[in-house]
Design a binder for this molecule. Structure first.
Ligand code: HAM
Length: 427
């Protein structure tokens, strides 16, 4: 006999079940109004894009493009990708929608799933979710500070503890090549100390060696040249200003000269927000400045800066730090009935209440009153309506206040008005 194969979710993806929604909603409720109130407009971007958009912007020699991007040929023979990140799409949309002619800077935020074929583990998935925010059209370092401050404050408002900003400057196309040449030279004199990956990177993308996760490579890098000693005058001034603004805003940061980020479009400031719990460190989000990307993708030269927070990681961290997340019960009323006439009347009452915006359900297939009342208890509703044969004759309904156990009788025709009096506002 052929065994039936059950279809399972794709490796590295997961379902966000109703019981988990409060965490996700909790993050949205903190982050999204905060961004709106800081002048960011929401942009909805397609999940599929021309694959070239990402290879051009994120960079051919990055892990994301070399190993992780989901690329496919569609039925029209176009080569498309499931977006691995959002910044490239924002820049494409900025150019394509002529946003350079709007008052600058343009401030946009987005939210949604991203796709990377990574090795799945806790906090690393093949489909993950980001909230990103980008400021396009302003070169002033105060924008970098504003983005970092927003990143920090959103995490802080979520109640997260032990947050720090790891920050670095990776210079620009004037000063960075001098640094990478020195770094390659340093590595070529110590080849035996570095992993194969780093040796490969020293040919193709030397900056990425800096944040290699191998402890032996990190040790070998201890005396490596520091990018900060190579910054040109302009990059140095920019970076100093960013740090001064962060000091003014009392944002705790750590100068991390090994921070390079995994995407090629950055110039000058790069940063990540970390939380350290029991020694383990995890990056909740990251970003930086990308002054060349708009021009690289065919637009006018437009400086820009942004960040993306990883929602999956924020939710994991909220749980790990035992942060209470309030959940309002959308169901305020349960209706229990006895007898066929009462069943039909219940259906009508439910309909009438829902029309009036009251959260109400009944368990209309359950036969006994006892089992219905058990369900009401489980739902933890403040009010249960009880409709029996007597009530049908009297054209009344019994209101039971679940917490106190008190009961009252009201006329069925006034049900909505009477419930509204007894329920919190918003119902
Ligand atoms: P990223 O650092 O690649 O940057 O991703 C941003 C955040 O998304 C990470 O800090 C992490 O929290 C989360 N993340 C990334 N990959 C995964 C994964 N496989 N599983 C779970 N979470 C993940 C960017 O994507 C840039 N576009 C950020 C940016 C915006 N730079 C400038 N503007």
């Amino acid at each position: 006999m052929v065994k039936k194969k059950t279809v399972q979710r794709v490796r590295g993806t997961y379902d966000i079940l109703p019981t988990e929604q409060k965490y996700w909603r909790g993050v949205d409720e903190v982050a999204l109004p905060y961004l709106e109130k800081s002048g960011f407009g929401r942009i909805e971007l397609p999940i599929i894009e021309d694959a070239f958009l990402f290879s051009r912007s994120v960079g051919e020699n990055t892990d994301i493009i070399e190993k992780e991007m989901y690329v496919f040929r569609d039925r029209g023979d176009d080569i498309l990708a499931l977006r691995p990140e959002g910044t490239a799409s924002v820049v494409r949309a900025y150019i394509e929608n002529g946003m350079h002619s709007l008052p600058q800077p343009v401030k946009l935020y987005y939210q949604g799933p991203m796709f990377r074929y990574e090795r799945p583990q806790s906090g690393r998935y093949r489909q993950h979710y980001q909230i990103g925010f980008e400021v396009l059209g302003e070169i002033d370092p105060i924008v970098d500070a504003e983005i970092i401050c927003l990143t920090f404050r959103i995490c802080e408002r979520l109640g997260l503890k032990n947050l720090t900003i790891e920050i670095n400057s990776i210079g620009c196309s004037n000063c960075r090549p001098k640094f990478t040449a020195e770094l390659v030279d340093y590595i070529s004199q110590r080849k035996e100390l570095f992993c194969d990956n780093c040796l490969k990177r020293s040919e193709k993308n030397p900056l990425r060696i800096l944040d290699c996760k191998e402890p032996s490579c990190q040790k070998a890098l201890e005396n490596a040249p520091s990018i900060l000693d190579f910054l040109c005058k302009e990059c140095h001034k920019h970076f100093t200003s960013v740090l001064e603004y962060l000091d003014e805003l009392s944002i705790p940061y750590n100068l991390n000269t090994k921070l390079a980020r995994g995407l090629d479009y950055y110039t000058k400031t790069v940063f990540e927000i970390w939380t350290s719990q029991e020694g383990a460190q995890s990056s909740l989000g990251g970003g930086g400045r990308y002054d060349n990307l708009v021009a690289l993708l065919g637009g006018k030269k437009t400086p820009a800066c942004g960040c993306a927070l990883g929602l999956d990681r924020l939710v994991l961290e909220i749980k790990k730090q035992n942060i209470e997340v309030a959940q309002e019960n959308p169901i305020q009323v349960f209706i229990a009935f006895l007898g066929d006439k009462a069943k039909i009347k219940s259906l009508k009452i439910i309909n009438e209440c829902r029309k009036a915006g009251i959260g109400i359900i009944g368990s209309l297939t359950q036969k006994t009153l006892k089992s219905q009342l058990k369900t009401a208890d489980k739902l933890a509703v403040p009010i249960t309506l009880i409709l029996g044969e007597k009530e049908i004759i009297d054209k009344t309904v019994l209101i039971r206040h679940m917490e106190e156990g008190a009961q009252e009788v009201i006329e069925v025709k006034n049900i909505v008005k009477e419930l509204k009096k007894r329920l919190p506002k918003g119902n």
